[in-house]
Design a protein around this ligand. Structure first.
Ligand SMILES: [Zn+2]
Length: 315
């Protein structure tokens, strides 16, 4: 009787216990954990505190801060994959060089000028009001349906930069920042004409204009006029513009006058300067309104991403 009991226990151990240990071993230690289990540290800049959350939650909150939830589902998925690519490329670079001191030990921060825009789920839902649940569902699907996917150029996760609205074409990264990246090249981006910031303008007097330029460029001389040679990219953005006797970069010109992009047409009439601006943002990588227009025409998020990041693969 006793031997039979021992035998039974042995059988149970072999048939249940060993497979259970095996599954646990493989489930817990070998397979990569899903984004909704894996934790990360985020430095909430405006509250000056480090918070632990799952990577999935962080990505949902980033996507909800970066792109309007009213956008097409495929555009939101493209944004989710871009945000994930950014997060992981950032984490890999920290593995090599350590986290930056601004992050107080966290992998990423919520200062959009340093890392990525971010808004907490509760804050976001409050701003959405009646649409909160419907909108959050779209964000949730965008992250879940693309789980683990990132954008690669060769073996490397790309720098998935993006911006709001193009002029109809995106910019080459070398024309805007000087650094050449094979996947950040100018491509067509049609269908953005109805975006809220597709066109904008700014006017100021010639005297005001000269004052702003003098405040930014020491010793500038206007004896040969205010505007000199303008060098433009294929997309129409200003690469360099000569102000007085000094050539400056289009990006500096843009910030000097607080313009929405470097794609500016300049005219002067009766001592008034008119800046007619097309597009919104730096113009490099994925245009968000362009992504939405592609999604409306039936493109998938992978088609959107491989269009704006040329020569890349989503996997
Ligand atoms: Zn940061």
């Amino acid at each position: 009787m006793r031997q039979a009991a021992i035998f039974l226990v042995m059988i149970i151990l072999v048939s249940v216990g060993i497979p259970a240990v095996f599954v646990m071993y493989h489930g817990k230690y070998q397979k990569p954990l899903s984004e909704d289990i894996e934790l990360m540290k985020v430095y909430i800049t405006k509250e000056d505190k480090v918070v632990e959350m799952t990577k999935g939650q962080y990505l949902r909150e980033v996507v909800s801060a970066e792109m309007p939830a009213s956008f097409e589902q495929e555009a939101l998925k493209a944004q989710a994959v871009a945000a994930r690519s950014y997060l992981y490329s950032r984490m890999y670079s920290h593995k090599k060089s350590g986290t930056p001191p601004e992050h107080k030990g966290a992998q990423i921060c919520t200062d959009p000028s340093h890392c990525k825009a971010w808004i907490s789920e509760s804050e976001r839902k409050e701003l959405w009001g009646a649409d909160a649940d419907k909108n959050w569902d779209k964000i949730d699907i965008a992250v879940k349906d693309t789980s683990g996917e990132m954008i690669y150029f060769g073996d490397e996760i790309i720098s998935a930069v993006f911006f709001s609205t193009s002029s109809g074409r995106t910019e080459n990264s070398k024309d805007v920042w000087g650094g050449e990246r094979a996947y950040l090249v100018s491509v067509e981006s049609p269908g953005e004409e109805n975006a809220p910031n597709f066109k904008s303008e700014k006017t100021l007097s010639v005297d005001e204009l000269k004052r702003v330029i003098s405040d930014n460029i020491e010793g500038v001389d206007f004896s040969n006029g205010v505007f000199g040679e303008i060098v433009r990219s294929d997309a129409g953005g200003i690469i360099t513009i000569t102000l007085g006797n000094v050539p400056v970069k289009g990006t500096l010109f843009r910030t000097m006058f607080g313009l929405k992009s470097t794609n500016v047409n300049i005219s002067v009439k009766d001592n008034i300067v008119y800046f007619d601006v097309t597009g919104y943002g730096h113009g490099v990588g994925m245009s968000q309104y362009g992504a939405n227009a592609m999604a409306r025409r039936g493109s998938t998020y992978k088609e959107i991403l491989t269009h704006y990041y040329q020569g890349t693969v989503v996997k």
